[in-house]
Design a protein around this ligand. Structure first.
Ligand SMILES: *[C@@H]1O[C@H](CO)[C@@H](O)[C@H](O)[C@H]1NC(C)=O
Ligand SMILES: *[C@@H]1O[C@H](CO)[C@@H](O)[C@H](O)[C@H]1NC(C)=O
Ligand SMILES: *[C@@H]1O[C@H](CO)[C@@H](O)[C@H](O)[C@H]1NC(C)=O
Length: 313
């Protein structure tokens, strides 16, 4: 048990050093004006971030307000204060977080007619889970920035650790991720996807395997996801954090190995959660941007994402 605790602590230390999910928006200048019937926007932060850090989601909230004629932007705080919110990204099981957010949004009158949503890093897959499990109030456009829709396998970059410690911890995480206590205690384990042990993943992943209909098919998930007007996935081309990068576009390694990526249309999840139907109806949109994980420029945000938020309900 001691050994396990040490592992968890080291893994957390490692992960928190990565600033895995902090959005880093850089300056630029542009102008745009929204008008008319613009939907509110809900933001879900990444791991190691919070609803409201001024250099991260705080500035993005402002940016959206500026370019959407002051539409209502709600940056989700998970828990009663900012410390809990920060910790939630590591310790509060995604299923609990999604339930919590579902209840919070239901009470928010400003969202009653629907909202658009932007998820940062793991916030991307959490918002997708919300769309699938919690159709009221209705989510219209979902934008996932660097989300890991088929999970992650590997911790490729450990800035403060030697390569060998990094590999060692990755091996340990790899070994213990599907232990129940790790699934319950560490958010990142719930979307750890080991392509060499697909069966363990399907049986033991307590979050991702469920929302991706891996173990059994929950038809409601596909139905609800198809209620979206648009599902936009943004991939960071030079991402050094998400492994494989392709998970940001819902792709993953072909089962049994960790080199070759299976095209989305050939993976089971494509049909199992109704992405095929969404594709046919022109609802899927794949965007890519040069740069590392969540390194977004204001100009890019305004040019590529703001118009999606201005589409009428
Ligand atoms: C954001 O990124 C820039 C350049 O990539 C870097 O210089 C800066 O320190 C980063 N800021 C934060 C808060 O991480
Ligand atoms: C901005 O919103 C206000 C209040 O909803 C509205 O009266 C105004 O016409 C809007 N401005 C533009 C440019 O759409
Ligand atoms: C980022 O990745 C793209 C695609 O692989 C590549 O063409 C580009 O040169 C890379 N940019 C940097 C700054 O490394």
């Amino acid at each position: 048990m001691h050994c396990k605790m040490r592992l968890l602590v080291s893994a957390l230390y490692l992960i928190s050093c990565l600033h895995f999910g902090q959005a880093n928006i850089t300056d630029g200048n542009n102008n745009d004006n929204g008008n008319g019937n613009i939907l509110p926007v809900v933001l879900w932060h990444g791991m190691g971030d919070t609803c409201c850090f001024p250099f991260s989601l705080g500035s993005i909230k402002k940016l959206i307000e500026e370019h959407t004629n002051g539409t209502y932007v709600r940056s989700l705080e998970i828990g009663a204060n900012i410390v809990l919110d920060y910790e939630s990204g590591f310790f509060i099981h995604p299923n609990k977080q999604v339930d919590y957010v579902c209840q919070q949004l239901a009470r928010d009158e400003k969202l009653a007619n629907g909202y658009n949503a932007i998820g940062f890093s793991q916030g991307g897959q959490f918002l997708r889970a919300l769309a699938q499990r919690c159709p009221t109030p209705p989510m219209r456009v979902l934008i996932s920035l660097g989300g890991q829709h088929q999970g992650v396998y590997g911790v490729p970059k450990c800035p403060t650790l030697s390569v060998s410690s990094c590999e060692y911890i990755t091996r340990l995480l790899n070994y213990a991720a599907y232990d129940e206590w790790v699934q319950n205690g560490l958010v990142q384990a719930t979307y750890w996807h080991d392509p060499l042990h697909e069966n363990s993943y399907r049986l033991k992943s307590s979050f991702l395997a469920d929302i991706n209909n891996e173990l059994y098919i929950n038809e409601r998930y596909a139905e609800n996801l198809n209620k979206l007007k648009r599902f936009v996935m943004v991939k960071f081309l030079n991402d050094t954090i998400v492994q494989p990068k392709e998970s940001q576009w819902f792709e993953f390694y072909a089962p049994g190995q960790d080199k070759h990526i299976l095209p989305l249309s050939e993976s089971k999840v494509y049909k199992n959660i109704g992405l095929d139907e969404m594709k046919q109806r022109g609802k899927l949109q794949f965007l890519s941007v040069e740069g590392d994980h969540l390194a977004i420029s204001k100009e890019w945000f305004i040019k590529e994402l703001v118009p999606l938020l201005l589409e009428l309900a």
